[in-house]
Design a protein around this ligand. Sequence first.
Ligand code: NAD
Ligand code: TDX
Length: 341
Amino acid sequence: MNLLVTGGAGFIGSNFILYWMRTHPEDSVINFDKLTYAGNLENLKEIENLPNYVFIHGDICDTNAVIKALADVDTVVHFAAESHVDRSILESSPFIQTNIVGTHVLLEASLKAGVKRFHHVSTDEVFGSLDIHDSKKFTEATPYDPRSPYSASKASSDHLVRAYYHTYGLPMTITNCSNNYGPYQFPEKLIPLAITNSIEGKKVPVYGDGFNIRDWLYVEDHCRAIDLVLQKGKIGETYCIGGTDQDFNNLTIVKKILSFLGKDESFIEFVKDRPGHDRRYAINWDKIHKELGWKPLHDVDTWLMKTIEWYKNNQQWWRHIKSGEYQTYYKEQYGRNGGKT
Ligand code: NAD
Ligand code: TDX
């Protein structure tokens, strides 16, 4: 396969490229990335000199650059996005631009280039919020009900991808997955923020009462799922991908991290809640399990410990990030006093 991976310098995209080069060494990969604050070519050091890997510094909103990049491509795997909910609340325009307009540019160009597969990476957040006392889970049939500028922009992109399939026959697949965690995740998201703050001896900010629930998916399990969808998934279909069978609220996840790092609960700091904070996400991943044989390789504790080990062993990677522009964002998001309640 000749793949174009958009957003390949970000967290999931770079894990996906590293995974792909390892498991499909005969394939070629073009990484097309704008290198926003979230893009980091450091993540790809170990493969950057391979003859079948090329990096293109480009914006998915730039039609000419996208058309040029697609010249010999048969498969597009679309990760590029603005991905952080809190940033979408502070300023939504880049989310509309990249996630909606950028996806549209990519769809048009992919259709014209005649790609054999357009795989769109989306999120469970498009389905809205479940009740914490409910046992219901999101499935491929759950109606869309996005509630943040981020999830609304991702929902729009999903609708566009489906429209290009139904109207023009673009051969697409979509995956809607839950919260990812693992190596190379930017320390603005809960798990890497909690791990790195704890290592630094800082408090971990927990929004609201900490009872919000997320479904946690280890990034390598996610990459394996996308691989299966590309190899065996049905054109036009959507697959939900989740990482757990059981609900874990944010407090439980943070307490696990603190305990694995030998810290006590005094490191938890309850801060002002996120506006419109979705209460619970939970994924029923029966379809991808039954149809494609996918399941997570390990449980959350095992993957969480592996993730913590990675952050302990790669401090230069995240300390460098946390010493830059990140500090301005952190102050704006958490306030001078840490946004305490
Ligand atoms: P990320 O923020 O770590 O990386 C995004 C990457 O996209 C960066 O490398 C950035 O430079 C690039 N990018 C941004 N705008 C671009 C543009 N206009 N043109 C080209 N490149 C651009 O994101 P992530 O966490 O790796 O998420 C990847 C995808 O997976 C996103 O589509 C996101 O919505 C989806 N997703 C993420 C999660 C999660 O938990 N992280 C869960 C579900 C779905
Ligand atoms: O400091 C924090 N304190 C806190 O309590 C942060 C950053 C988050 N939280 C809470 C909010 C959520 O309930 O933790 C939970 C997880 O938050 P994030 O890591 O910001 O992820 P979330 O908002 O759930 O969205 C993530 O999963 C779905 C990704 O950022 C999205 O890109 C993806 O689509």
